[in-house]
Design a binder for this molecule. Structure first.
Ligand SMILES: Cc1ncc(COP(=O)(O)O)c(C=O)c1O
Length: 393
């Protein structure tokens, strides 16, 4: 085998979502697509809103020399100015275009940030359960992931974080609302986290950066608001995309925004811009950047997801499932009725219900349901969820 040992290991242990997706294809071939209920993929359910199509139409008819050419690696200046102004209005933080880099999705933003700040043996702290790609992104750039376990309600546990943050900690990735738990990190926890990171940075003699990964920031239920980490820790850098709020996951459009009081902000801007080029992303897609320029205010289709969450949450808890009610995203993360969540997956799969194990999110004993699916899939799967639970009780 010519691939590296590390990669071989990553490919075996890091592909639960893909594995379950393939299991779904296998079951669908046997039982028919309508008889298999696939809750594994985090692909948006709704199509982009009409405002997106209108903006795209305008871009397509734009006659501007050089529109499809190379540009500055950080993106079109007018697009970055627009992003900075909108973010400033939304989060009440004075962002500047000079600190915004357009990226290939949130994934591209996180990769160029990690590449920019990590030296060999540096550590990056994650709060489990977390989006599994984080660990790969960190290792892509020579860093080591250090995992802190969230509390029973999936909020960061500050005491545990205090123990995990050490002299080699260079950054922390925070994801609110969280894939897979749907939990929003509260202002109270953010305040404690800001104080902790400040204290640890002083002890270490170098700043710990907080990378706030927020692709679900506009997917909040029950009229909730989003407490922004920028208000609690000055060395925060936002990484996000329109993969989820505008359902543009396949178009790969995102950006990062460096906080106005972040240490070495101009160096980080220059380094991330450079890494956009040297990691081979070069720049975010030109057409999608210009779509953002012309996109007015738009509504994320929260009601569709909230209705699905309500139906599933109420039905499953009535059966006896133990679930922390998601406050955003399109995921829920119930406790596995069997201590071994991978065995529980087999019990559900026997009912043609496919989910992802908590082990895939560094949080065994739970399982993730993506409810970005048809209402009919939810309705048809419910009896299987009930029989599966009864069978192990
Ligand atoms: C928490 C989280 N961060 C980042 C990403 C990657 O987003 P993008 O597709 O914009 O790169 C995802 C995608 O599912 C995600 O769930």
């Amino acid at each position: 085998m010519s691939i590296s040992r590390q990669l071989k290991d990553d490919m075996v242990h890091g592909s639960w979502i893909r594995k379950m997706f393939e299991e779904g294809l296998r079951l669908k071939a046997i039982h028919g697509a309508d008889n298999v209920y696939d809750f594994t993929l985090g692909n948006p359910y709704v199509d982009p809103p009409p405002e997106f199509h209108a903006a795209l139409e305008r871009v397509v008819h734009e006659e501007r020399h050089g529109i499809h050419a190379y540009m500055q690696n950080s993106g079109f200046p007018e697009v970055r100015a627009r992003v900075a102004a909108e973010l400033a209005a939304e989060l009440d933080v004075p962002f500047e275009a000079a600190r915004v880099v357009m990226t290939i999705g949130a994934a591209g933003a996180l990769n160029i940030l990690l590449k920019s700040v990590l030296d060999p043996e540096d550590e990056v702290v994650l709060v489990a359960p977390f989006f599994p790609e984080y660990a790969f992104y960190i290792r892509n750039h020579g860093g080591t992931p250090v995992v802190s376990k969230a509390d029973a309600t999936f909020l960061p546990n500050l005491e545990d974080l205090d123990r995990r943050i050490g002299p080699r900690t260079r950054a922390m990735i925070l994801n609110s609302p969280c894939n897979p738990s749907g939990r929003i990190v509260t202002a109270e926890v953010l305040k404690g986290l800001g104080d902790l990171l400040r204290r640890k940075s002083a002890e270490n003699g170098r700043t710990i950066y907080l990378f706030s990964d927020e692709p679900y920031r506009r997917l909040l239920f029950d009229g909730r608001t989003f407490p922004s980490p920028f208000h609690f820790y000055e060395h925060t850098i936002l990484a996000t995309s329109h993969s989820k709020d505008l359902s543009l996951a396949g178009e790969r459009i995102g950006y990062l925004a460096i906080g106005p009081n972040c240490e070495d902000a101009s160096d980080i801007f220059a380094a991330t811009t450079f890494c956009n080029r040297t990691l081979g992303y070069v720049n975010a897609p030109a057409i999608m950047q210009r779509v953002l320029l012309y996109l007015g205010t738009y509504q994320t289709n929260v009601p569709v997801y909230q209705r699905k969450r309500d139906r599933l949450y109420e039905a499953l808890t009535a059966m006896g499932y133990d679930i922390v009610k998601p406050e955003g995203t399109f995921f829920m993360f119930p406790r596995s009725p069997l201590p071994d969540d991978t065995k529980w997956l087999d019990v559900l799969a026997a009912e043609h219900v496919l989910v992802t194990p908590g082990a895939g999110f560094a949080f065994p004993g739970y399982f993730r349901i993506s409810f970005a699916v048809d209402d009919a899939v939810i309705e048809r799967a419910l009896p299987g969820f009930e029989r599966a639970l009864k069978s192990v009780r």
